[in-house]
Design a protein around this ligand. Structure first.
Ligand code: ADP
Ligand code: NA
Length: 328
């Protein structure tokens, strides 16, 4: 069983697509059970952030519908996979509470995502984010979790919780495994030290699924590269061009060797133009489909409701088992 989730914060971007979503689509094969979730409760850690200026973003519901449409347009098959919204299945929050009562606090202190994201006014929700993620996974007894590299540590933490639950309460829950895509970490376009992210305030750092062809060309053109004119892959010495090459490879299905040969005598400008074309072809098709799907909002809501009913059936069964064993 494959389980994964994505937050309805900001706009879905190229990193989400190549690092996670395209892999989710590929994993939808006969014989596989796939459960994909829009994790709106996780998104509250961003949307209800208390900062110096308190500015709440209360658009989670419409952002959820927009993301649902994007995911279906990307190839998530809601008939074959279970596709639903986290807050429609209250068992996620319930299991999180139980986990929080068996989880040593110092396990959470080690989480690098929290260390990166925390600010002066960070909430408890941001801190316990990995607990909710563990609950998401354990609730369906997922075996594989296809996510980007930034989430690997959270999967390892989930394994620790599973081991603890199993040994303390004589349970037999499956230990989930991190499943990597071919692009586990797409970097920001102008800041090679940061991963491409929805929460990045600089839109030029990221390609959004909804970007127009012109925006994609402009962003790739302005993406940071070094002064070496040749095009070749070298992750250590040349992280920026290597990031672009990896994206090229993902969209072209060519081998790295074929790509390097193709651009041997060409310029970075040529390479960037062809890359933009490849990206725009695939993403613009998705954006077009998304628009059509969003035109029928009630149908989309119905799809998500059906998905949550199916998810809830599994969640309730697994939660019941855990509750019984912890003495509830
Ligand atoms: P974000 O971090 O952009 O807010 P989410 O937390 O909703 O996105 O993550 C959704 C999925 O996309 C996760 O599996 C995450 O690991 C993956 N992901 C996010 N950013 C990247 C990236 N830059 N490269 C590869 N995968 C990514
Ligand atoms: Na993330």
């Amino acid at each position: 069983m494959y389980f994964s989730g994505i937050q309805p914060t900001g706009k879905m971007h190229l990193g989400n697509y190549l690092g996670a979503v395209r892999n989710w689509v590929k994993l939808q094969q006969p014989g596989n059970q796939n459960i994909y979730c829009i994790v709106d409760l996780h998104a509250l850690t961003d949307k209800l952030t208390i900062d110096h200026e308190i500015k709440f973003n209360l658009n989670t519901k419409s952002d959820t519908l927009s993301l649902a449409a994007t995911l279906i347009a990307s190839g998530i098959n809601y008939k074959q996979s279970i596709f639903f919204v986290q807050s429609h299945v209250p068992e996620h929050a319930e299991l999180q509470w139980i986990l929080s009562c068996i989880a040593p606090q110092n396990w959470l202190n080690k989480m690098t995502q929290y260390k990166d994201k925390k600010k002066e006014y960070s909430t408890l929700g941001l801190y316990t984010y990995p607990l909710l993620m563990a609950a998401d996974i354990i609730l369906y007894q997922a075996q594989y979790v296809p996510v980007g590299l930034d989430q690997k540590q959270h999967i390892e933490l989930t394994r620790d919780y599973v081991q603890r639950l199993n040994s303390l309460f004589k349970l037999n829950i499956i230990e989930p495994q991190y499943l990597e895509s071919t692009c586990p970490k797409i970097m920001s376009l102008r800041d090679g030290n940061k991963k491409m992210s929805k929460s990045d305030t600089n839109d030029g750092n990221r390609i959004n699924i909804d970007d127009s062809k012109e925006e994609i060309f402009e962003k790739i053109k302005r993406s940071k590269t070094d002064s070496i004119p040749q095009i070749y892959f070298d992750q250590e010495q040349r992280p920026e061009i290597s990031n672009l090459l990896r994206i090229y490879q993902a969209f072209s299905n060519m081998s790295m060797e074929q790509i390097i040969n193709k651009y041997m005598t060409k310029t970075t400008v040529d390479f960037k133009r062809d890359l933009s074309e490849l990206i725009a072809n695939e993403l613009n098709t998705i954006a077009e489909k998304k628009k059509q799907i969003l035109e029928n909002q009630s149908e989309l809501e119905q799809i998500l409701k059906q998905g949550s009913l199916k998810a809830r059936e599994i969640a309730q069964q697994n939660l019941k088992l855990i509750k019984t064993n912890v003495g509830l």
